[in-house]
Design a protein around this ligand. Sequence first.
Ligand SMILES: Nc1ncnc2c1ncn2[C@@H]1O[C@H](COP(=O)(O)OS(=O)(=O)O)[C@@H](OP(=O)(O)O)[C@H]1O
Length: 189
Amino acid sequence: MGCSKWRAHHHGGHLHCGHLNLAQSRLSVFLTMILLFTYLFYCLNGLCESSPSPVYYDHQTPNLATTTTNNNNKLPLDVGKDEDVAAASSHQDDSPVPVRLNSDHHLIVNDDVDSTLQKLGPSEGMSNMSSMTNGFGSQKFPRAVIIGVKKGGTRALLEFLRIHPDVRAVGAEPHFFDRFYDKGLEWYR
Ligand SMILES: Nc1ncnc2c1ncn2[C@@H]1O[C@H](COP(=O)(O)OS(=O)(=O)O)[C@@H](OP(=O)(O)O)[C@H]1O
């Protein structure tokens, strides 16, 4: 309809329906590219994922860190030292790695990581995590890890946990303990 009207007005001129369609399709491709690049740029800056909520490390009770939900209710994140340890996997030296959900469904991170973070001190350890939680920075270390045997359902667990707005998870499985453990915690940087 628009095309025949255009042709009627510009009969004999330089612009024809074909040119108009070509210009329209080029414009739509151009706009699509702009949208894609904007989205890519947005993602590369780490803004695609939901922003992390503040995590407070309680230095007086160092085994308990808390995070807040959107309505400011504090969710406890236990950091090791739980009696009901159900070891999930093993290091290269075959010592157990205590990583599991406790009876209150709190994630328990492995004690090695936590003690290493504490040894690193405020400049390298906890402050790094705090800095990531102050805005859109990047987190150096995980606060919790999921370890499981192959086909043990770890992906399903990760995907369920990822639904929670306060959980920020890696996209692909990092395989730290079975592939990159030799590289140490520096590997996370
Ligand atoms: N809740 C529950 N109950 C029973 N089975 C479950 C559950 N969640 C995940 N699954 C099954 O676990 C298999 C995937 O496990 P993983 O995510 O560990 O796989 S992988 O090893 O990382 O590839 C995969 O099995 P297969 O379908 O046989 O591959 C899933 O179907």
